[in-house]
Design a protein. Structure first.
Lengths: 114, 114
DNA sequence: CCAATACTTCACCATATGGAAAACCATTAT
DNA sequence: ATAATGGTTTTCCATATGGTGAAGTATTGG
């Protein structure tokens, strides 16, 4: 029940930026190269590389270079881990309010009480 | 399928700090006053109030003053909304499930239960 | 009334973040 | 060999963030 979560700070920080979330979303469709990823965004490559750096050091993406191109892949499990933090929060409410409905939906992972 | 999410920037940014996550966690047990919330943390009240301000402007907490004390309440629905962003991401992967990476990690047994 | 409590505001500071510009590798392509 | 492509590194800048200390404002409590 304790904070056994990996780098919540860095992951949440990484996701707090629209550019970086767009990258995550794009990579959800499959791996791509850096410049292909960067194309839609109104900023220089150096700035964009910083975003990729933030995503990578948060463990949200993995990159590897082949020849002169670098390919980025989404680390889905990391995203899933962080997602489970929310489930834990919900479980807390459920415990506190001792409400069977809330408990069940918390364990189910999707429902909410309102 | 589009970004109909409320202020993901501000919510993720708010959650990217351990102090603020601790506040969220604490408020999951029920409403409390400012100074009661602040007590465990090794910082002055001004600094702590800034954290509360970030949480409040992200819509994660609600505060109201009675007399000279201010009481903070967790806005659970906001947390639930953001949580559903992760579900959306997963849905994207599922749609694109012919991806080799995903197939391999599925066979690898680090399976996600959904 | 006087003082303690519970914030609140203000001025300030160090560091981090997000961006630009320019110059610099490597690896293909011609 | 030369040029173009794809990325990288470096320097620099404006602003945001997270913290401090000190003083200020309302409420209670005695």
């Amino acid at each position: 029940m304790e904070n056994h979560y990996p780098a919540l700070d860095s992951v949440f920080h990484a996701l707090a930026d629209p550019t970086r979330r767009a990258v995550v979303q794009r990579l959800g469709q499959g791996p791509t190269t850096v410049s292909d990823l960067a194309r839609p965004f109104p900023m220089g490559l150096p700035a964009f590389l910083k975003h990729l750096g933030v995503l990578e050091s948060a463990g949200l993406i993995d990159t590897q270079k082949a020849g002169r191109t670098r390919t980025c892949t989404l680390q889905r499990d990391r995203l899933a881990q962080v997602s489970s933090w929310f489930d834990d929060q919900r479980a807390q409410w459920a415990y506190r309010y001792d409400n069977l409905d809330t408990l069940l939906s918390a364990l189910g992972g999707h429902g909410h009480d309102h």
